[in-house]
Design a binder for this molecule. Structure first.
Ligand SMILES: [Fe+2]
Ligand SMILES: [Fe+2]
Length: 131
């Protein structure tokens, strides 16, 4: 399944877009991993990067009192749980490509394409509001 590039889905929030770009780089490294050791390192690197990223988004949502924050944070929790499950298993058992593909599609298309885009639009609006 082709990965929709996160760089093509700009939220308009510079830090978030830069973090999405970093996530994209880590996803591409993960997809290119040829052995289990590299795969394990790449999954852990993606996990770390994703945790830091969602922590940033959630801080910003709280700061801006984003009305749809709960649904967005629930999405983050679901994604991080799935990635955490992969991290726990990656060094001891084979990881199904379909599982990774499904996670990446949900992150890049569903989450970033929908939830992050909506939050980005809200954050930009707050930024440009006069008060
Ligand atoms: Fe994001
Ligand atoms: Fe998000």
């Amino acid at each position: 399944m082709p990965v929709k590039k996160l760089q093509t889905q700009q939220t308009g929030v510079l830090v978030i877009d830069a973090q999405h770009k970093e996530l994209q780089i880590r996803i591409e490294k993960l997809l290119a991993a040829k052995d289990r050791t590299t795969l394990a390192l790449c999954v852990m690197a993606l996990y770390q990067c994703f945790r830091e990223h969602i922590a940033y988004e959630e801080r910003l949502m709280r700061k801006l009192k984003y009305p749809a924050m709960k649904a967005h944070i629930d999405q983050h929790q679901g994604l991080i749980s799935r990635l955490n499950a992969v991290v726990r298993r990656v060094s001891t058992e084979p990881i199904e490509k379909a599982e990774l593909d499904s996670f990446i599609a949900d992150l890049t298309q569903n989450h970033v394409g929908t939830y992050d885009s909506q939050f980005g639009a809200f954050a930009k609006l707050q930024e440009s509001s006069p008060n």
